[in-house]
Design a protein around this ligand. Structure first.
Ligand code: ZN
Length: 155
């Protein structure tokens, strides 16, 4: 497990240093802002949904925050492209389970794929909100056609 943890840490550091899909998406039709007052993380998520197929055509984010919040947003964007809104919501549920489940139960780690990098987060409860911010913001963006603001202190 130690080697795996080190690998996951490297993935998070890499995404923090070179965030994927970073920046605004002027053509987006879903957008939301998220704020985690406990840490000071701020994230904006831009999503372009194809209204005919219901698939996520493109997704980008911008914001400032700690390494975990930024890496989590970056990894999230790489997972969302091409997914339907329903699949994106399922992914959110899976992610939520990963970061909130018992740290000692790693039995399900094999099936998590890229989400497995978040296993390390659940050992640091204060960091769960940092990692969750982008995901809550994404969910909010999908549910609202207009700009909305979310705070981790209201969810
Ligand atoms: Zn943070």
């Amino acid at each position: 497990m130690e080697e795996l943890k080190e690998l996951y840490q490297q993935v998070i550091l890499d995404h923090n240093k070179n965030p994927r899909n970073f920046g605004e998406l002027p053509t987006c039709n879903r957008h939301a802002e998220g704020h985690n007052p406990l840490c000071g993380d701020q994230i904006e998520v831009f999503i372009l949904v194809d209204e005919d197929t219901g698939k996520i055509e493109d997704v980008r984010f911008k914001g400032a925050g700690c390494a975990i919040s930024k890496a989590s947003a970056s990894i999230m964007t790489t997972l969302l492209k091409g997914k339907t809104i329903e699949e994106a919501k399922e992914l959110f549920e899976q992610f939520h389970k990963v970061v909130t489940s018992d740290p000692s139960s790693n039995a399900d780690i094999i099936n998590l794929g890229k989400l497995a990098v978040f296993c390390g987060v659940r050992e640091f409860p204060a960091r769960v909100k940092c990692a969750s911010l982008a995901w809550h913001t994404m969910l909010n963006a999908l549910d609202n056609h207009t700009t909305t603001k979310v705070s981790t202190e209201q969810v």
